[in-house]
Design a protein around this ligand. Structure first.
Ligand SMILES: [Zn+2]
Length: 212
């Protein structure tokens, strides 16, 4: 109703203004169309990337280098009189979802803030450790000094792990994760989620050599 009324009362000046508006709209549309054209190469690249992703074999275990360094950690800590157990390594998305739900939709305490795909465990790049005592019990005591050298066994393990190239979850400001050790090979979670994975034949890596 209102529009019809305005149309009937149009003065030449309003008509001119409307003409300008139509021209402006056309110009904006043209710019938008050009933007779309230039955006297309990016879209094509993303599609290529997804094709690459399909060729990547599914991850079902620890990355070979992480596995090797994990074994080294067990060996070197043993030499110091510390026995560790690796309580977790590769974790499937289903397993990650199950533990993410713990303390949220299922019973128990919250143990992780990482959803499926957000943890380096999901890419075979992280391990969790604990200390094992002679009686077979497993402890998460960071003060315990089983080898009696005046240093906390836990922190001795962490120091060796860092020398082996692991990043320690206990160093994180937000939600420190004390049993957690990982190697991201300079990749972000976002890159990992998009299917970018470290080469399987990496045989040397240290935190300092990160390309990030
Ligand atoms: Zn962990």
């Amino acid at each position: 109703m209102i529009l019809v009324k305005v149309g009937r009362n149009e003065t030449p000046m309003i008509k001119r203004r409307r003409k300008t508006l139509v021209l402006l709209a056309a110009l904006l549309l043209a710019i938008f169309y050009m933007q779309m054209q230039t955006a297309i190469p990016g879209i094509i690249n993303d599609m290529d990337f997804d094709l690459d992703k399909k060729e990547t074999p599914a991850i079902t275990g620890l990355h070979p280098y992480v596995l090797k360094q994990k074994n080294e950690l067990v060996r070197l800590t043993k030499q110091r009189g510390i026995t560790i157990v690796i309580t977790d390594g590769y974790r499937s998305h289903e397993e990650q979802t199950r533990i993410y739900n713990q303390g949220r939709t299922t019973e128990g305490d919250i143990v992780t803030n990482a959803k499926a795909g957000q943890s380096l465990h999901n890419y075979g790049l992280a391990i969790d450790f604990a200390l094992k005592l002679e009686d077979g019990s497993v402890i998460w005591d960071m003060e315990y000094d089983g080898n009696g050298n005046g240093k906390s066994d836990w922190m001795e393990v962490v120091a060796i792990a860092k020398e082996l190239g692991f990043e320690w979850g206990g160093d994180w400001d937000k939600f420190p994760d004390y049993p957690h050790l990982q190697m991201d090979f300079g990749l972000t979670i976002r890159e990992l989620q998009r299917g970018k994975l470290p080469d399987a034949d990496i045989h040397e890596y240290s935190e300092g050599a990160k390309s990030k």
